[in-house]
Ligand binder design. Structure first.
Ligand SMILES: Cc1cc2nc3c(=O)[nH]c(=O)nc-3n(C[C@H](O)[C@H](O)[C@H](O)COP(=O)(O)OP(=O)(O)OC[C@H]3O[C@@H](n4cnc5c(N)ncnc54)[C@H](O)[C@@H]3O)c2cc1C
Length: 585
């Protein structure tokens, strides 16, 4: 069994002109003319153009994502032929690095290939969701062992696969990819009449496909090579009918807005219900988009790393998001081993150790300690991002009660008004805006300091007020943070933000389905800019019949029923409490 969270080494590729060769597998990714080959071997025998033109929604599964060539071609072709949506599920054990992907994208010249380079996920195990073309193309890329990935998908993807592309390295170099177990799993995830196309015509592949139920025939590839294969499952393939009931989302903070946007991009009509946009904690003027990594290899660590990877992709280009990068210094205890523990959680292009001198250069102010640099991190202006997410023709903001057939509750700690058994509670906090110094990037460690847009002020926070604090106590605590960070005292604050986080008893958000038509995304604590973005995609996937963008383990960790189950053994620790009285966030 794979560990829950692991960084994968990048594939080592040697280029012979336009021909990429995998040193690890001892095989080429494709021949000299990759485009023509992808068309001839994978798309044509699957009758891809004809089928997608008739389909409102089409699902492809690919084994061996490689340099993303088949994905980019299929996505471009889909967008040109269909008005519907493509879900592309792909599996890759050895993810390629940015330079190689960039080279492949330059060679193909396809816009989708370029988009993929810009959205390249961190090379960590598990599912990576990417949305392209306003949500019309959805990529679910599983990084890790293909058998584990197929197992993880099993039973969670209600919309079956229409066409498989088997594009792993040759069976002699990579036998696991072509095993009977893999072919069986693919067949089980397919719709009637689904196709499989592959360049390999090896006997072992034919046998495994036949055994899994595919009727297999050879496809003449002369004069390039002898044969490729196409397999078809029993039953007649027909375009999928998509039913999209209207959805009501309660709460217009990060959680509600992210869910509304992900649903609207899937074609759902969405009404969002709140008194105003960003009326709660998401009114925060400068929230740091940072993973708050855990170094324990747990499911929670995986959730944070994946939430971050998805959020920076989903927020990119939206008004209100500034891609600044961020620095993390050791925490209030000054213990550098904390940084050492989290360094291996993300690959080197997502997290890098920096000396005090490098940190000073990045921050634009004197930093006396070494730290970690997160080049993809950024800052969110809460109201601006919420408005930008809701700015979609299929989303309407309403004041009245929800009337949709399906409801998504994103009402933070007020979720307990409807589901009292959920262990979610309010926890107040404050950030203060002080003049100077001119920080270039957010700095985290002992709380955080984040530059305002003009960079003439910085937000310093945040307090966790487990008991009611005296007037001025929060500002004093934030002024202390400022002093420790910048070795001087701030003048009186020029702005204050107070908000109420929704925290859970186990520090994990609540994401999932409660009853037939009600879904929940809440309890995002201090990480709403990351986990709430992923949760929006997750909820939309559940409603649309897609697998969620996380592994089964992470889905289980965040599920709604966990509290009810625990309450069979012990009471709800938050019951009858106004506020959280112990550290839970
Ligand atoms: C001081 C402070 C600093 C923070 N710093 C960061 C940071 O740097 N980075 C980070 O990622 N996160 C940070 N956070 C946390 C972040 O703000 C939250 O995680 C995030 O805003 C939660 O979003 P949400 O949509 O779940 O909740 P909210 O934004 O609170 O939204 C809930 C919404 O539900 C609405 N609602 C409730 N009940 C109903 C109802 N019955 N009907 C209709 N609407 C209803 C409310 O009006 C509200 O608009 C900080 C929080 C605080 C307080």
């Amino acid at each position: 069994m794979e560990p829950l969270h692991r960084v994968l080494a990048p594939a080592v590729i040697r280029w012979d002109g336009d021909r990429p060769y995998s040193v690890g597998f001892g095989d080429v990714y494709h021949g000299t003319d990759g485009t023509e080959e992808a068309e001839r071997v994978f798309l044509e025998p699957a009758r891809f153009d004809e089928r997608v033109a008739a389909a409102e929604s089409f699902t492809v599964g690919e084994l061996g994502f490689g340099l993303g060539r088949n994905f980019a071609l299929a996505a471009e072709r889909f967008l040109a032929r269909s008005t519907g949506r493509l879900h592309y599920l792909a599996f890759e054990q050895a993810p390629v690095g940015r330079d190689d992907l960039e080279r492949a994208a330059r060679a193909s010249g396809w816009a989708m290939h370029r988009c993929l380079v810009d959205a390249l996920p961190p090379a960590i195990t598990g599912w990576h969701r990417r949305r392209f073309a306003g949500g019309r193309v959805l990529l679910s890329l599983y990084l890790g062992d293909v058998v584990a990935g197929l197992e993880d998908l099993s039973g969670r993807q209600r919309s079956g696969v229409d066409a498989w592309f088997f594009d792993g390295f040759a069976p002699r170099c990579n036998p696991e990819m072509w095993s009977a177990a893999v072919c069986d799993a693919a067949a089980a995830l397919s719709r009637p009449g689904a196709t499989v196309t592959t360049y390999s015509s090896a006997g072992v592949v034919k046998r495994a496909l036949r055994q899994a139920g595919f009727t297999v025939r050879r496809v003449d590839q002369r004069p390039r090579k002898w044969h490729a294969l196409v397999g078809v499952l029993p039953g007649s393939w027909s375009p999928r009918t998509v039913i999209r009931p209207p959805v009501s989302v309660v709460g217009a903070g990060f959680a509600g807005c992210a869910a509304a946007r992900a649903l609207a991009e899937r074609g759902f009509e969405v009404s969002v219900h709140d008194t105003s946009v960003a009326a709660g904690a998401s009114a925060i003027p400068a929230a740091v988009v940072h993973p708050r990594l855990l170094g324990d290899g747990s499911g929670a660590a995986s959730l944070r790393a994946h939430g971050y990877g998805f959020a920076v992709h989903a927020l990119a280009g939206h008004t209100g998001f500034r891609s600044t990068g961020a620095l993390q210094l050791s925490g209030p205890d000054g213990d550098p081993s904390r940084l050492e523990r989290i360094l291996p959680v993300l690959p080197p292009d997502w997290i890098a150790p920096v000396s005090a001198r490098e940190a000073t250069e990045l921050a634009g102010v004197e930093v006396s300690a070494e730290g970690l640099h997160f080049p993809h991190a950024g800052l969110v202006d809460g109201p601006a991002v919420c408005h930008a997410l809701l700015d979609h023709p299929r989303i309407q903001l309403q004041r009245g009660p929800p009337a949709g057939q399906v409801t998504v509750l994103a009402s933070a700690s007020r979720i307990t008004e409807r589901f009292p058994e959920l262990e979610v509670a309010p926890l107040e906090g404050q950030a203060d805006l002080f003049r100077g110094p001119c920080l270039r990037v957010p700095v985290l460690g002992d709380g955080y300091a984040a530059p305002s847009v003009s960079a003439e002020e910085c937000w310093v926070g945040a307090t966790y007020e487990y008991r009611r604090w005296e007037l001025g106590q929060a500002t004093a605590a934030n002024a202390d943070r400022y002093r420790r960070l910048f070795a001087r005292s701030p003048a009186a604050p020029v702005g204050v933000f107070r908000g109420t986080r929704a925290v859970t008893s186990d520090r994990l958000p609540v994401i999932g389905r409660t009853d037939a038509d009600t879904y929940v995304t809440a309890g995002h604590g201090s990480s709403g800019t990351t986990t709430a973005m992923l949760a929006g995609e997750w909820i939309a996937s559940l409603i649309a019949g897609e697998s969620p963008p996380v592994t089964r383990d992470v889905e289980t960790l965040c599920r709604v029923e966990r509290f009810r189950e625990r309450q069979l053994r012990r009471p709800n620790p938050f019951a009858r409490r106004e506020r959280v009285s112990r550290r839970t966030s």
